[in-house]
Design a protein around this ligand. Structure first.
Ligand code: UDP
Length: 498
């Protein structure tokens, strides 16, 4: 008789930036053939997710009831991608109210499995409350971070200490009291929610309550690679006294992304590839600010001018600028310099893609030379997996710290600008594009390092007879720990019950 597969329960926060890395991890674990995966989320997200699974997948979805209207959210709000940014914190608060229902779901699973507990619960970084639930039920729990170690360490430390509020900021720089290895951070390297935080705002209150709960967890799985992200990983080991498992990069494959649906917008992968095929090797700059962010109208004008002045080939994913609805009709005349689209079409220098481009196909193409990115962690991992160096322009969350890591520690990035409000000068941007793409010493060095990182990543993911890369070993170590610690978690729980 086939051995019974142990249950791995996964529950990401309701945002595409969280659900997608969790889905990628679920598919990665499924490939081992050793585990049964139960993927928990709210009904509307599950509906979408069902259609994004490969036909032969055995991942099981479990709906957790959620009524957004009960939480002061518009009806049917089950994902950050359907509401303006100021609602995100309300969705976070609302998600914490799922504690009791989630506990009941796990109890039901245990009962259905004749008292057999799941092997582990893998929870979101925003679901600190889940570690306590797992502890109460004697189930092993790990946090899964779709963000990198360094970025998340800065994020964690700043929310828990708010150092920029305490310290006299003579030159607008500050150090993190428990993470000095990160070196100085400038006020402009903080996302708005952080720079405006005073300890009493909703973000500070939420994080103040739930981030410390991680110490009840068994450890943290990271979608990152130990070889270039160890400073941040060390921070969490020291801070929480718990193991970390850098298992990345775990990315959705091109086929699974196509199924996830969004690629329908903008441009077909075939058209994009055919356009890239006409360009010389290493000659194209790819520009995109991810799935949620956009720049201001004046920044958009300057960026367009910079692309023209640079004379480089480019693919630019343009979303309506700040102040316009994401679904508003594309207004080239208003948003871009006069005649911009016609000029680049005639010169065949550029491709302006509306809203969404097939990013993996672009980054993996030999004509692509560099990526001007907001440095969301998925984009960073994707770029580096293909050895493509970056031009960093962070917009929100931990992206600023990702840029800091890539510039100061890894050496594969040049910073272009910070945030959605800063002044941008097209000559300055064009000079930075030239720096990364040209044959000057600095450009060569950055590209050389990006190639080295690509090799590091390949090695980390290598699983061959006689050799396992660091990320493969970390995944093994995680499951070994889950098996060992499950016994302990169960004993502790039994102890509490007697
Ligand atoms: N993405 C894409 N095409 C686009 C914009 C984004 O395929 O035009 C994908 C990209 O490949 C990545 C994800 O969306 O996997 C964006 O994640 P990231 O962490 O970089 O940023 P976020 O969107 O969460 O800010």
């Amino acid at each position: 008789m086939a051995e019974k597969r142990e249950n791995v329960v996964m529950f990401p926060f309701m945002a595409q930036g969280h659900i997608i890395p969790f889905l990628a991890l679920a598919l990665h674990i499924e490939k081992t053939g050793k585990y049964k995966i139960t993927f928990v989320n709210t009904p509307l997200n599950i509906k979408k997710l069902r259609s994004s699974l490969p036909p032969n997948s055995s991942i099981q979805f479990l709906e957790i009831p959620f009524n957004s209207s009960d939480h002061g959210l518009p009806p049917n709000t089950e994902n950050c991608d359907v509401v303006p940014y100021h609602f995100v914190v309300r969705l976070l608060e609302a998600s914490a109210s799922l504690r009791t229902v989630f506990k009941q779901l796990i109890e039901d699973i245990i009962q259905e499995e004749d008292g057999h507990r799941p092997l582990c619960i893998i929870g979101d970084i925003f679901f600190g409350w889940m570690a306590g639930v797992a502890q109460e039920l004697g189930v092993f729990h790990a946090v899964f971070s779709g963000a990198g170690g360094f970025g998340l360490a800065c994020y964690y430390s700043i929310w828990l200490n708010l150092p920029h509020k305490e310290i006299k900021l003579a030159d607008n720089h500050f150090l993190l009291p428990d993470f000095q290895e990160a070196s100085k951070i400038h006020l402009t390297q903080l996302p708005l929610t952080m720079s405006e935080a005073d300890g009493t705002d909703s973000w500070s209150v939420f994080h103040g309550k739930y981030l410390p709960e991680w110490s009840k967890s068994g450890g943290i799985l990271f979608n990152t690679v130990e070889e270039f992200d160890h400073i941040g990983l060390m921070y969490f080991m020291r801070k929480l006294g718990r193991p970390v498992w850098p298992v990345g990069p775990i990315l959705l494959s091109i086929e699974n992304r196509a199924r996830a649906g969004k690629e329908a917008a903008g441009i077909t992968p075939e058209f994009c590839k055919a356009w890239l095929d006409t360009k010389p090797q290493n000659s194209v700059l790819y520009v995109s600010f991810g799935s949620m962010n956009t720049i201001s109208p004046s920044q958009m004008m300057q960026l367009a001018k910079a692309l023209e002045v640079s004379g480089k080939n480019f693919i630019w994913v343009v979303r309506p600028p700040l102040g316009f609805d994401i679904n508003s009709e594309f207004k080239a005349n208003e948003w871009l310099p006069e005649g911009f689209e016609e000029r680049i079409r005639e010169s065949k220098k550029g491709l302006v893609v509306h809203k969404w481009a097939p990013q993996l196909e672009i980054l993996s193409h030999k004509s692509t030379s560099a990526f001007l990115s907001h440095c969301g962690w998925n984009s960073v991992l994707e770029s580096l997996s293909y050895g493509v160096p970056l031009l960093g322009w962070a917009m929100a969350a931990e992206q600023f710290f990702n840029v800091k890591l890539l510039v100061e520690e890894v050496g594969v990035c040049v910073e272009v600008a910070r945030g959605k409000a800063c002044e941008v000068n097209h000559e300055d941007v064009a000079a930075k594009i030239e720096l990364v793409m040209s044959d000057c010493e600095k450009g060569k060095e950055i590209r050389r390092k990006a190639s080295q990182v690509r090799e590091m990543i390949k090695n980390a993911m290598k699983d061959e007879k006689g050799f396992k890369g660091s990320s493969v070993k970390a995944m093994d170590n995680f499951f070994n720990a889950a098996r060992t610690m499950r016994g302990q978690a169960q004993k502790q729980q039994n102890g509490r019950c007697t």
